[in-house]
Design a protein around this ligand. Structure first.
Ligand SMILES: NC(=O)c1ccc[n+]([C@@H]2O[C@H](COP(=O)([O-])OP(=O)(O)OC[C@H]3O[C@@H](n4cnc5c(N)ncnc54)[C@H](OP(=O)(O)O)[C@@H]3O)[C@@H](O)[C@H]2O)c1
Length: 300
């Protein structure tokens, strides 16, 4: 039987890695990014719209996964124009390409589109994005919802995955500090959220796709937590709790380094997946243990 084909743009990042490994055996993939160090990735800038269209059309996929984005919130605050081109405009173009081929598009959004005034958000809550990153991602969401013939939009939380080389987020930031020999870590005590393991995320997207349950979904690990608890869990798991101290600080401590505004709560619940009985996301602690054991085994 011939395999169905997926074109994945922006596949060189932490989530792209998990998508490649989850889909590569059962689908024929074309993975692209501006970051094309891996031999399974070829170069494509999603902002070169004609090149994007040409490349997708020549591969003639059954699905278009549009992952590429600027994900550094501080960069986005400093470069709003570039941010809206890459995180919103390219999504509009990708949607048009998918429509022209009459294929479904997958778009990844974020828990950060909410303002964090509520404790927990489901899909019926109204977003109110605070900074440029969140706004650019929300505008992308709105465009896809309104214009795509068929779509899956999944909102991720605090992403963890990709290992020491690709993980740009909290878990790797903590591990880098541990590796550098710090024995006291400054961690914010006023942010709550839902970690999202890239491997579980990709597997659950595969289920949604196979069942053709088009639509918008929250897609995060089970269990709610805080930055402090995630850090504590990492130290416990690595048996470093007695050697490394956590210095609890509030957000203002990082006002220079992390000046982009972040919601106090980014806690999502997978309400629609639960209703459809297709929520296969595991508890974040289980996922974090697996991630540390697999990707950071000989790191420290
Ligand atoms: N990471 C999170 O916490 C998180 C949470 C919720 C949603 N998301 C969304 O999930 C998706 C995947 O992100 P990720 O977590 O895998 O982050 P990532 O590791 O930053 O991956 C994004 C990839 O897109 C690439 N890219 C940027 N501009 C591009 C362009 N013009 N053309 C082609 N590729 C480009 C990036 O390259 P460079 O590294 O060179 O910029 C990077 O390889 C994004 O849409 C993101 O907004 C992420």
């Amino acid at each position: 039987m011939t395999k169905k084909k997926i074109y994945i743009s922006g596949c060189g990042g932490m989530l792209g890695d998990a998508f490649y490994n989850t889909f590569k055996n059962e689908f024929e993939l074309k993975c692209t990014d501006i970051n094309d160090e891996e031999d399974w990735i070829s170069f494509l800038d999603i902002n070169k719209f004609e090149d994007y269209k040409k490349d997708v059309f020549s591969f003639y996929p059954n699905y278009l996964f549009h992952l590429g984005a600027y994900t550094d919130l501080e960069f986005c605050e400093l470069n709003p124009e570039k941010t809206y081109i890459t995180n919103t405009k390219s999504v509009e173009k990708a949607t048009q390409i998918a429509n022209q081929l009459n294929i479904p598009i997958l778009y990844i959004s974020t828990a950060g589109i909410f303002d964090g005034k509520k404790q927990i958000y489901d899909e019926s809550d109204t977003p109110n994005p605070l900074g440029h990153y969140a706004k650019s991602k929300y505008f992308g969401e709105l465009y896809v919802q309104k214009n795509a013939n068929k779509f899956i939009i999944c909102r991720a939380g605090w992403m963890m995955g990709g290992g020491p080389k690709k993980d740009k987020k909290f878990v790797n930031k903590i591990l880098k500090q541990i590796k550098s020999g710090l024995n006291s870590l400054n961690v914010v005590n006023d942010k709550i959220g839902t970690p999202t393991y890239t491997i579980d995320f990709a597997k659950n997207v595969k289920k949604i796709l196979e069942l053709e349950y088009w639509g918008l979904y929250n897609l995060v690990c089970e269990g709610f937590t805080s930055r402090i608890e995630v850090c504590r869990y990492i130290l416990d798991h690595l048996k470093l709790s007695s050697k490394i101290n956590i210095n609890e600080v509030n957000t203002s401590f990082f006002k220079d380094e992390y000046f982009a505004i972040r919601p106090d709560s980014e806690q999502l619940i997978n309400k629609k997946l639960n209703q459809k009985s297709i929520n296969f996301m595991r508890d974040w602690k289980l996922c974090l243990s697996e991630y540390l054991d697999k990707d950071f085994k000989d790191y420290i």
